[in-house]
Design a protein around this ligand. Structure first.
Ligand code: NAI
Ligand code: MG
Length: 365
């Protein structure tokens, strides 16, 4: 039996609640699929920061290096600035482990009310595309500075960093993904206004397109692309975007398909030289933390993506099918208009998983 060693970082707020749900569903999936998980939980969080002055210990990243994957809940604690959690934990993990692909599926599940469904001619015509966000460089850089603070001459400079290696590798991943799907790749640009980095981005996109003859390409300025995410999202198959553009687009993607509470993401090191990290898109939701009503689907779906990455895509798809069964049955948390608790939805997903046919080697019948 294969055993996967997983580093568990529940984080803060509802992170700890949905992590418990995610682990329960994955345990259930593992028992059905003939694998096992060995979990090691770390209390690294914003709450830890308030007592220790750091999100993680000095050797924290070394501790994570040996795991097969990292499963993260959410971080964020009242009183701790958001840049502390981002630059103190998430970005160091994403960069140290070269998780340069941030993969976010935008899929409309049945049973979720969405502004998009109303636009569909056929309400069963489900939306299904994937965003590939560059996750290691771009607009999120430490290059820059501030001068003359507190005076009328005060100024701030923030530089973007786009490297050929960094742009090529994330685009190659996106082309490869599109090649294996419907063969359409859209690139988010803004080369009319951003005159150095974005033309560079566009040139590399055009160069690479030649190596993927099966993939049809399109490029859109980010403003127009954002409008199309709302007006005509069905035209997309795979979308590739820089770090900042991808961040904004994927939150929009999550919003158009229903609730932030169901959206999953994967931070991938495609070469598998380092662990990848799987986390829901949502944050620690202090407004509902401790009430047991958080939607566990974002965490569970992230777990399904972890199963894909660990080489068990059929099992990952089975987990998602179980989620769909539960939604079809009308069981929902409050964010989706229901009254069910986190535990009730989690139990129901585990039960539904029993009804999904899975072969002992992890393949589905
Ligand atoms: P948030 O995602 O935590 O919450 C936004 C809204 O969505 C809230 O009303 C919340 O109740 C609701 N919500 C989110 N997830 C839900 C779920 N699973 N079930 C039901 N409702 C859900 O974003 P917000 O409020 O902007 O940030 C709160 C904290 O989380 C901040 O400290 C922020 O820095 C942090 N954060 C952390 C992220 C991460 O760990 N990757 C990502 C986004 C925010
Ligand atoms: Mg975001």
């Amino acid at each position: 039996m294969t055993t996967f060693r997983i580093a568990v970082l529940p984080g803060d707020g509802i992170g700890t609640e949905v992590m418990d749900a995610g682990q329960r569903v994955l345990e259930h999936a593992a028992s059905r699929g003939g694998l096992a998980f060995e979990w090691t939980t770390f209390d690294w969080s914003c709450e830890r920061y308030t007592t220790h002055g750091a999100m993680l210990p000095d050797d924290g990243l070394d501790q994570l290096a040996g795991f097969d994957s990292i499963f993260l809940g959410a971080v964020g604690y009242p009183g701790v600035p958001d840049h502390v959690s981002l630059w103190g934990l998430l970005i160091p993990i994403r960069r140290t482990f070269k998780q340069y692909v941030n993969l976010r599926p935008v899929r409309l599940l049945r049973g979720i009310d969405s502004p998009i469904r109303a636009l569909a001619e056929d309400p069963d015509d489900l939306l299904d595309f994937v965003c590939v966000r560059e996750n290691n460089e771009g607009e999120y850089s430490e290059v820059g500075g501030r001068l003359y603070r507190g005076t009328p001459d005060e100024l701030a400079v923030q530089e973007s960093v786009f490297t050929r290696r960094g742009v090529e590798r994330v685009m190659r991943y996106a082309f490869g993904l599109a090649d294996g799907r419907d063969g359409q790749l859209a690139s988010a640009t803004k080369s009319n206004g951003i005159i150095h980095t974005m033309p560079f981005w566009d040139e590399i996109f055009a160069e690479l397109a030649g190596s993927y003859p099966r993939v049809t390409t399109a490029q859109y300025h980010i403003d127009a692309l954002a409008a199309l995410f709302v007006q005509d999202p069905r035209r997309f198959d795979v979308v590739v975007a820089s770090n900042l553009f991808g961040d904004i687009l994927t939150d929009l993607g999550a919003a158009v398909v229903g609730s932030i509470g169901i959206a999953p993401s994967a931070n991938l090191n495609p070469e598998r030289e380092h662990p990848s990290m799987f986390e829901p898109v949502h944050g620690s939701a202090p407004d509902i933390a401790g009430q047991g009503i958080a939607n566990p689907i974002g965490q569970v779906w992230s777990g399904s993506m972890m199963l894909d990455h660990l080489g068990h895509p059929q099992l990952g798809e089975a987990v998602l099918e179980a989620v769909q069964i539960v939604l079809d049955a009308g069981l929902r948390t409050r964010d989706l208009g229901g009254t069910a608790t986190t535990d009730e939805v989690t139990d129901a997903i585990c039960d539904a998983l029993d009804d999904v046919e899975i072969h002992p080697d992890g393949t589905r019948g």
